[in-house]
Design a binder for this molecule. Sequence first.
Ligand code: KDG
Length: 326
Amino acid sequence: MAIFNFDETKKLDAISLGEPLLEFNAREMGNLSEIKTFDRGWGGDTSNFIVAFSRLGGRVGYVTRVGSDEFGRCFLKLWEKEGIDVSRVVIEDGGFTGIYFISRKNGEHDFTYYRKDSAASHLSMKDIDVNYILSAKIFHSSGISQAISASCCEAVLYAMKKSKESNVIVSYDPNVRLKLWPLEKAQEAISKAIRLSDIVMPSLEDLRLLTNTESIEDGVKKLMGLGTKLIVVKLGEKGCLIRFKDEEHLVEGFKTKLVDTTGAGDAFDAAINMALLQGWSIKKAAVFANATAALKLKGRGAVTALPFRKEVERFLDKRLEKWRDF
Ligand code: KDG
């Protein structure tokens, strides 16, 4: 039995809303100030999500604002090439597109953002075309989109509310970034979003931060208490824990060569949604999402290594013969 009933008359499978950021990924280890060469790529969790969704075979659209700068144009080119509808992307005259740097030290990666007052942070309720949002089966956004400004936070909650009222499935990644806002403020805004969400996909760390508990069981129960139907806790190399009503599975991850974790969570989120659109069981959805994330880990950058559906299926056919029957 399908987990969610999607309206098959809808034009798009999914729409996401948030901030795209140009990515500068250090090639060498060390402090950011000492890095001489970077790989230029694309990032921003909700943009990564929508590119991943498109590569998995979905018809998708993105809602954002970019600057009238080279980086804004470079994103528009990316989305068009990836087959993403950009009819609701606003090019802000005189505005700028945010960027981030990834540097690595002692095995940890660190993000440095230049995004304050970016074009995307000016997103507001005025940018929400409700008819457009309702033209999709799924609406997706994140805690990062809420954190970048009060007006964007309002826009996210408004689009979620409108989606919920009209049976558009609401998908949400809390993506807690304490560099962007203090924990208390994050907890308050994120719990408002979770109350409006059907699918919530936190990392284990985010689950702990949001629920003030170390136990996954208690954390999941707390989130379920806010009304979410499906919770997927991302456990990194251990895989994920997926729960729908009383059904729960701890699904092991796949071992692959780890090159770069950036964007793996976003690829995972897209794969869960794509699997649910296919009417698959939650166990099959979890397996498909673990494989999608594992393939992303093999390449550098948030977007370049996002896998296409055929690659995920081939990978699964090799690793887990019976996955199609799950
Ligand atoms: O999930 C990957 C993101 O953390 C990265 O792309 C940066 O989304 C990002 C953000 O807005 O901080």
